[in-house]
Design a protein around this ligand. Structure first.
Ligand code: PA5
Length: 443
């Protein structure tokens, strides 16, 4: 039985045979490698190609880092950050920050240029032993490079160059880029990001697996979940059983019918960073050539008291995809109260998960009635196995979606525009002409 369930019965879409065969053809392109961006399809067979030896090497490196540091700073941005953060947050205790010494902590840097964030990170780790994982496929991205320069200096100040080489691991291209050169010169252990796997499809490479193993996540189980989903969404699986093809087809049909925004929502706050990972995956893959659904997200029920009004009655240009979790890890029941001043005795004896479920079902129907079609993706629980399946499910659907839309889902040319302006403003060598021009515009 498939790990995930997909319910499209409230999407308002009836998939025509033509639409089904278009989605199946788009899926086949991922296997025949005849579509755009075909040199970035390494993620398609990635789960099944991960060997026990690779997992063992990643786990051994993670154990080493955990043994020598109370805090492991994981440095990266975009696809070199969000997957690890998403699974780490989903698997962590929501109140870990209040709990004393429960083993090494993984924290994240390099995904912003905030001075205060960086100062506060350095301040927080002043009394703690330190290690770092630095991740950049290109090896030249400014945000992680700046953060790494600062963290590297801190580690070297404390442990010397030799000590730093025992506490820093680099994950980058096999041969190119400043990070590769630096890692080779400094003697850091390295892991390779395969050439044919782009950043936002790299969570199941060492990019995601090493930080997650360092955070204590069971990466073998994560990979097993992804392997199952790889099989379940293979091109040989007929459309009516292929969840990724179905999800891609329905969201594309909704886009064609005039919906411009897809909101991913969940009733579990731990999945908030899964939303962020998903937004990057779909936003960078589809948003080009003047096309693409805008990926937005909500965390419920919190956002029913902020975005809920708009979703119910605002512009009718959106649909929702709800990540539903079938069972909670823990049990909390609502107790009866003799005075019943809050009027909640009608809930006495019920588990909180039941109340949450009724909220979810009630909201689903209210939004559908309000003109917001609904897709539901159900995972059995928040555990490594389900998360692995979920990540691969979305990746596969994203590849299919991009091809349905007629874009290259595996490039991100639009990301360069801001970099050019920033380098010109910072007077990076080579940007002299741009520098003059941009400064004139800012006067
Ligand atoms: O999906 C992508 O390719 C991007 O989001 C990259 O992951 C991001 O720009 C970071 O790039 P790099 O790993 O080269 O530092």
């Amino acid at each position: 039985m498939a790990v995930l369930k997909l319910d499209i019965s409230k999407s308002g879409v009836t998939l025509t045979p033509a639409m089904k065969s278009r989605a199946s053809e788009a899926l086949s392109l991922l296997y025949s490698k005849q579509g755009a961006g075909n040199d970035f399809l390494g993620w398609v067979h990635l789960p099944s190609s991960i060997t026990a030896e690779e997992i063992a090497r990643i786990e051994a490196t993670a154990q080493h880092l955990r043994a020598c540091a109370e805090v492991i700073v994981c440095i990266g941005i975009g696809g070199s950050y969000l997957g690890a953060r998403a699974v780490a947050e989903a698997m962590s205790d929501s109140f870990a920050f209040l709990q004393g010494n429960k083993g090494p902590k993984v924290v994240f840097a390099g995904q912003n240029l905030s001075e205060d964030y960086t100062y506060e990170l350095l301040d927080a780790v002043r009394e703690k032993s330190l290690a770092a994982i630095v991740i950049s496929k290109s090896g030249t991205t400014t945000e992680p490079a700046v953060a790494f320069r600062i963290i590297k200096a801190e580690i070297e100040k404390r442990y010397g160059k030799q000590g730093a080489a025992e506490r820093i691991v680099a994950i980058t291209d096999r041969a190119r880029g400043a990070l590769k050169t630096l890692a080779t010169n400094e003697g850091y252990p390295t892991f390779v990001i395969p050439d044919d796997v782009g950043g936002r499809f790299s969570v199941l490479t060492p990019v995601g697996l090493l930080p997650l193993a360092a955070a204590g996540v069971d990466i073998a189980s994560l990979v097993r979940g992804a392997q199952e989903m790889e099989k379940d969404t293979d091109e040989s699986v007929p459309f009516d059983e292929n969840l990724s093809a179905q999800y891609a087809a329905v969201r594309y049909a909704l886009y064609e019918s005039g919906k411009k925004i897809e909101i991913l929502g969940s009733y579990e706050p731990k999945l908030q960073y899964i939303n962020e990972w998903w937004k990057q995956l779909y936003g960078e893959s589809e948003g080009k050539d003047g096309k693409g659904l805008f990926p937005a997200s909500v965390t419920l029920t919190a956002d029913l008291h902020s975005m809920g009004q708009y979703v119910q009655e605002g512009e009718r240009t959106m649909f929702e995809t709800i990540l539903s979790v079938a069972s909670s890890k823990h049990e909390v029941r609502i107790e009866p109260d003799a005075e019943n001043l809050d009027g909640l005795n009608y809930l006495a004896g019920k588990r909180l998960s039941e109340v949450n479920r009724m909220a979810e079902l009630g909201v689903q129907l209210a939004h559908v009635d309000g003109g917001v079609p609904n897709i539901r993706v159900e995972m059995p629980a928040i555990d490594e196995h389900s998360l692995g399946a979920l990540l691969y499910f979305f990746e596969k659907a994203c590849g299919i979606s991009g091809y349905l839309l007629g874009v290259n889902p595996f490039n991100q040319p639009g990301v360069e525009a801001y970099k050019k302006n920033m380098f010109a403003l910072l007077e990076k060598p080579g940007y002299e002409a741009e520098s003059k021009a941009i400064k004139a515009r800012l006067k």
